[in-house]
Design a protein around this ligand. Structure first.
Ligand code: PEP
Ligand code: MN
Length: 339
């Protein structure tokens, strides 16, 4: 529930109420505003009802949070969140393009791919070092060696990097190499992993599971928030439907819907969302149009020899064309392209 204090309430009043909340084993939240102090109490609904907080003389009103997700909801925070990624701000009226290969394969590949995406305007570098592959016989990633190569390319081309984490015990080790964690679709409900990245302060790009509802995605984000990490960016990457023509069905409804229900920035991944190189640029433009704050796109200096997802990776001409075509859409959306 959200507890709005009267304008004359002091920090001492707030602390007294927060202590009552804590005594009932509820999670207290302190949100001082410019005009009023707002408090939150999160936890078991039955216990919440025992809290007769509305009777407190310094309480102006008490509102229940109707959605199951609380801290990431617009009910809790009406303004959009912004997340720092390297020196860039994700959200807050900006549009961010992160690009790079599906996986880090070798030094030449990550450097050449980084050079291409930098040249044409991406501001972040992606590349998986731990790859959760459907088949155990597919390339599984270079692991820590891949992180070293990613960091080297990230520094050389001045592109903050994002890479997937698949093991809760890897947080400390990975923090030295990366600017943001990615939680992949297959791990969206790996609650141990969500809690582990929640204890870091690095940004987390949380991808929607391929069979996850929007509410489940928002509850997964709530797990990260609840541990104290507020640097969460959601990512729509396509869901499984009966449609077989494309790899997934990119659910852009989700982007527009989430914007009404949550204050978190939302990215779109049109590469996994379509699985087809020629569809990446059109769907990236559609992502801008429906309100996304950025895209994460697969790009490879030579997709023909890519060890994973070559069929959906943009080569240099396709990447250059996508960037060129995105610009008027970003302007039309009233956003500023991060450069
Ligand atoms: C990826 O980004 O390479 C990836 C595996 O994505 P997803 O988790 O969305 O399938
Ligand atoms: Mn991929």
């Amino acid at each position: 529930m959200i507890i709005v204090l009267k304008p004359e309430a002091t920090e001492v009043d707030a602390k007294e109420i927060l202590a009552q909340i804590e005594n009932l084993q509820l999670k207290p939240l302190y949100m001082p505003g410019t005009e009023r102090i707002v408090l939150g109490a999160l936890g078991d609904e039955r216990v919440l009802n025992q809290l007769n907080i509305a009777a407190h003389p310094m309480v102006e009103n008490v509102k229940p949070i109707l959605s199951n997700y609380k801290q990431v909801s617009r009910e809790m925070q009406s303004h959009d969140s912004e997340v720092k990624f390297g020196n860039y701000t994700i959200g807050g009226g900006t549009f961010t393009v992160i690009a790079g290969p599906c996986a880090v394969e070798n030094k030449e590949q990550i450097h050449q791919s980084a050079a291409i995406v930098k040249k044409h305007g991406a501001v972040g570098l992606r590349g998986g070092a731990f790859k959760p592959r459907t088949s155990p016989y597919s390339f599984q990633g270079l692991e820590e060696e891949g992180l070293k190569l990613l960091k080297e390319a990230s520094q050389e081309y001045d592109l903050p990097c994002v890479t997937e984490i698949i093991d809760a015990n890897h947080v400390d080790m990975m923090e030295d190499y990366i600017d943001a964690f990615q939680i992949g679709a297959r791990n969206m409900q790996n609650f141990k992993l969500l809690k582990a990245v929640g204890q870091s302060q690095k940004p987390v790009l949380l991808k929607r599971g391929m069979s996850a509802t929007i509410e489940e995605l928002l509850l997964a984000a709530e797990y990260i928030y609840n541990e104290g990490n507020k640097n969460v960016v959601l990512c729509e990457r396509g869901i499984r439907t009966f449609e077989k023509a494309t790899r997934n069905t990119l659910d852009l409804n989700a982007v527009a819907y989430i914007k009404t229900k949550s204050h978190l920035p939302v990215f779109v991944d049109p590469s996994h969302g379509t699985g087809i190189r020629e569809l990446v640029s059109p769907m990236a433009k559609a992502a801008v149009a429906c309100g996304a704050d950025g895209v994460i796109v697969e790009a490879h200096y030579n997709p023909k020899i890519a060890l994973s997802d070559g069929q959906q990776s943009l080569d240099e001409p396709h990447f250059e064309k996508m960037m060129r075509e995105l610009i008027p859409f970003v302007e039309a959306a009233g956003k500023v392209l991060n450069k």
